[in-house]
Design a protein around this ligand. Structure first.
Ligand code: THU
Length: 146
């Protein structure tokens, strides 16, 4: 059975659990340049949860976003067949923040169009969206055939 077959929908207690894990991960963020501490927690389709934080670099463009850290950890822990059912993103700066374009493509790689993505709105609540809404026309590598 693939992880995809085990999807049963996400509950409020799972959202709360993911949010708590994302907040805990964000406290470990390495963000000396932006001071913007981000955490992300994934719900995989087998029920596993994996979190990550942003890891910045003096060469700014080498920074790893929280979502990407979480996905790297999930693949490391569970292998290349993971399927993401939901993602919760938070920050410790009480700011609205949306997943960046690169993270949308990275999440897309291990998701379905209906994978749910929650991110902080200005009022502190979580905005609920989907991969399909956040990244229409995602890049997909097609074989050229020649
Ligand atoms: N950041 C994330 O971790 N995820 C995003 O989706 C957007 C931005 C981080 C990168 C950098 O360390 C800080 O937020 C400011 O851009």
């Amino acid at each position: 059975m693939s992880q995809r077959d085990n999807d049963i929908g996400i509950s409020q207690s799972q959202i709360d659990d993911l949010r708590a894990r994302a907040l805990a991960a964000a406290t470990n963020a390495y963000a000396p340049y932006s001071q913007f501490r981000v955490g992300a927690a994934l719900l995989l389709s087998d029920g596993s949860m994996v979190a990550g934080c942003n890891v910045e670099n003096a060469s700014y463009r080498l920074t790893t976003c929280a979502e990407q850290s979480a996905i790297s950890s999930a693949v490391t822990l569970y292998g290349p067949s993971i399927h993401i059912q939901a993602v919760v993103i938070v920050n410790l700066n009480n700011a609205a923040s949306q997943p960046c374009g690169g993270c949308r493509q990275t999440i897309h790689e291990f998701s379905s169009p209906d994978t749910e993505v929650f991110f902080p709105a200005a009022d502190g609540t979580l905005t609920r969206s989907t991969v399909a809404d956040l990244l229409p026309h995602a890049f997909i590598l097609e074989e050229s055939g020649h």
